[in-house]
Write a protein that binds this ligand. Structure first.
Ligand SMILES: Cc1cc2nc3c(=O)[nH]c(=O)nc-3n(C[C@H](O)[C@H](O)[C@H](O)COP(=O)(O)OP(=O)(O)OC[C@H]3O[C@@H](n4cnc5c(N)ncnc54)[C@H](O)[C@@H]3O)c2cc1C
Length: 680
């Protein structure tokens, strides 16, 4: 019997015509159902997303979704919160599409037992037959149960669905020691949730470190430390070889033959795609149901999405790839031309209360030319970040701890955006690629994020003071000292308190502007004026020519230049080295710009505007670059009060970083120059 999709069908009773007083009758006459008859097997997150995508296109699409768990669909990802007691059953339920609005939709909480793909119908667990035009497998997966001796005893659990969560919730009341097998995302989440009643938990991971597919060793070590601080014992590079007990678990034996006493074993050792239903319908399977770029299986009009499908040899164990597949399948079924080319491996997760982030093949990074890795570590804040660039674009990234830029990095990774050398430099020094001010709205940052790097003031600290009445920039500066050193975070403070006035005029702006303009002019003179001519005979030399020709004067100007450069370089590190005792930052900044001006003058005397050759040419080019970009950076600071705070901050940051970047080769080039003059 073919099922017509009418509102009042009762799954447990098969097909019924709507009763005269059925709720359907209280609404406008039903619109004819649109499009093909679609059946979705599986009401997990991916099946649900597919249904939503179809209904967004056609409100009255003819679509029936089967859910084999016999419950209202729920958010599987939140099962660990349920187990930990942080969420209630009602909190994790997914809202089904409104059947009054979407008159062609129905949810049948039953298992599909057989698929007849040639005849195009399915039969559910009650033996009811449902015809389809398009069939979508979204059957997900189930836990992989490793073949360990003793695995079938009472006290061995898995964690995948609501029933598992309920069984485990009941178990933790009685359990004294639980061994969790598997140090991936699921094992870690479960381990954290199981400590709820001070139950002893030991986590055993076969791989070399925790989450070894997503994290590198350093990030995993930080995660391990954090997990251990929560009272969970972690054993890596081991595995359970034997589960002890006589019908009831009494312990486990690890790979190195250590015996651990326990009464419960939780297996979180991977997943197995639910593909048997498809295989029995003669649909091609390998490790999962095989699909092409349109998510079509080997059978026409049959699709597979989510954890049950294998696309180009890959099956994903995360929810986002499934969502992407759902969108493509919905498009294809609506006669669209979308293709699925695979998902990038991205996980930005909160695991056992800690933020971890992973993009790209972290566990399998090739070694090749044009690939480089950069890391940033802040031990105090418990932060570790790593980016891997290939030909200047993000190829992979991993990290532990808050990473406010991770969303933007994900976008750059997915779009293949270029990361420029100065951004790499900034990442190495500060852990941000685009600078603190550029990553979205400050109010969305995490409480631990440092707003003022100079004084180490976090957003959380500032928020506390704001709650206590410090609602202006001046009040926040007074309470926390934030923004009182270099002032570059002042626009952030302004943003925080909702102050939209332009930046305040700095009392030193005139000197900054004056010095920078003169320094810039000297640098341009050196660049554009012809080099001073050397007289043919010493007798014809003017007195001034001695300055760049006489060995003694050359040494004087040379060493002066060297001294000024060293002081300038040290001063530029003032923020990093916290030389606050030298005086107020704004005066030091003026002094720094003045030194730049002095350098420009002495450079003119030392070289006589000769640009030099080979190494000397590079040194000269770099020196001039440092002066020009430094002058521009200082100029922007000087005129910041004419700009909006955020715009000023961006410009200041941009020019400052260019100046810093070009300064890097200077010490090396200077060292070579001195060596070449005195050694050769
Ligand atoms: C505790 C936990 C935490 C997780 N945390 C994260 C996370 O933080 N981030 C992340 O990306 N992923 C996470 N995951 C993984 C994520 O839940 C899965 O990637 C996602 O659920 C896959 O969705 P799916 O719809 O393909 O499959 P499933 O969620 O497995 O849904 C498939 C559904 O189909 C049903 N079904 C199967 N066969 C039939 C049949 N014959 N008839 C009818 N119905 C059938 C099943 O009963 C099931 O309800 C977590 C998983 C767990 C268990």
């Amino acid at each position: 019997m073919a099922v017509t999709s009418v509102k009042s069908e009762n799954p447990s009773k098969g097909i019924q015509e709507p009763a005269a007083n059925d709720v359907v009758q209280q609404f406008e006459p039903l619109k004819p159902l649109a499009g093909p008859k679609i059946i979705v097997i599986g009401s997990g997150p991916v099946g649900m997303r597919f249904v939503e995508d179809v209904l967004k296109r056609k409100q009255n699409a003819n679509i029936t979704m089967f859910g084999g768990e016999g419950t209202q669909p729920y958010n599987r990802i939140q099962l660990s919160s349920l187990l930990a007691g942080e969420a209630k059953y009602e909190d994790i339920l997914n809202t089904l599409p409104d059947e009054q609005r979407h008159t062609g939709f129905q949810h049948i909480p039953a298992n599909v037992e057989v698929v007849f793909s040639k005849e195009k119908y399915v039969v559910d667990q009650q033996g009811n037959r449902y015809d389809y035009d398009k069939l979508v497998f979204a059957t997900g997966s189930r836990p992989h149960v490793p073949d360990i001796p003793g695995v079938d005893q009472t006290g061995v659990y898995t964690f995948r669905n609501l029933k598992d969560a309920e069984a485990l919730s009941a178990r933790i009341w009685r359990s004294r020691h639980i061994v969790v097998v598997g140090g991936g995302l699921l094992g870690l989440e479960a381990a954290r949730a199981l400590t709820r009643f001070n139950t002893k938990v030991t986590l055993i991971q076969q791989g070399p470190w925790l989450m070894n597919r997503q994290l590198d060793e350093k990030a995993a070590t930080l995660l391990k430390n954090s997990i251990e601080n929560k009272g969970i014992e972690v054993i890596t590079e081991s595995g359970v070889r034997n589960i002890l007990g006589e019908g009831r678990v009494t312990g486990v034996v690890t790979r190195d033959k250590t015996e651990i006493e326990c009464d419960t074993v939780l297996l979180c050792a991977g997943i197995k795609p639910n593909m048997e239903l498809a295989r029995d319908a003669n649909i091609k399977v390998a490790n999962a149901i095989m699909v092409d770029d349109q998510l079509q299986t080997s059978e026409p009009n049959v699709f597979a999405i989510g954890e049950c499908c294998e696309h180009r040899g890959l099956t994903y164990g995360l929810v986002n790839p499934g969502f992407e597949q759902a969108a493509v399948a919905a498009n294809v079924i609506a006669n669209g031309s979308a293709s699925y080319l695979g998902s990038l491996e991205v996980s930005r997760l909160k695991v056992a209360g800690e933020y971890v982030c992973s993009m790209g093949p972290i566990d399998n990074l090739p070694k090749r030319p044009f690939q480089s890795e950069y890391t940033y570590t802040n031990k105090k804040a418990g932060i570790y970040r790593k980016i891997v660039l290939y030909k200047g674009r993000i190829y992979a990234a991993t990290g532990f701890g808050e990473w406010p830029e991770s969303r933007r990095i994900q976008e750059a990774y997915q779009q293949g955006r270029r990361v420029y050398p100065w951004q790499v430099l900034r990442f190495i020094l500060t852990g941000t690629i685009w600078g603190v001010g550029s990553s979205n709205n400050i109010k969305t940052w995490s409480a631990e994020t440092h707003v003022c790097q100079c004084k180490g003031v976090s957003l959380g600290e500032l928020t506390v003071h704001m709650e206590q009445g410090a609602t202006s920039v001046a009040a926040l500066q007074d309470k926390t000292q934030a923004g009182t050193v270099c002032g570059s975070c002042k626009p952030l403070l302004q943003e925080l308190v909702g102050d939209t006035t332009p930046m305040e005029k700095d009392s030193t702006w005139g000197s900054l502007l004056g010095f920078s303009v003169v320094a810039l002019a000297i640098a341009c003179l050196i660049l554009y004026l012809p080099a001073a001519q050397v007289a043919d005979s010493v007798f014809d030399q003017g007195w001034y020519e001695m300055i760049w020709n006489d060995h003694f004067y050359k040494q004087v100007t040379g060493f002066t230049l060297l001294g000024l450069s060293v002081i300038g370089l040290l001063m530029s590190m003032q923020k990093r080295l916290s030389f606050n005792w030298l005086g107020q930052y704004k005066y030091l900044r003026v002094l720094h710009v003045f030194l730049g001006l002095a350098c420009a003058g002495v450079l003119l005397l030392h070289t006589g505007m000769h640009l030099g050759e080979n190494l000397n040419f590079y040194l000269m080019a770099d020196f001039l670059g440092v002066i020009i970009l430094g002058s521009l950076a200082a100029g922007v600071v000087a005129i910041s009060h004419h700009m909006k705070a955020k715009q000023a901050m961006k410009l200041r940051s941009f020019w400052r970083w260019l100046h810093v970047l070009i300064t890097w080769p200077l010490p090396i080039l200077l060292a070579f120059h001195v060596l070449s003059v005195y050694y050769y």
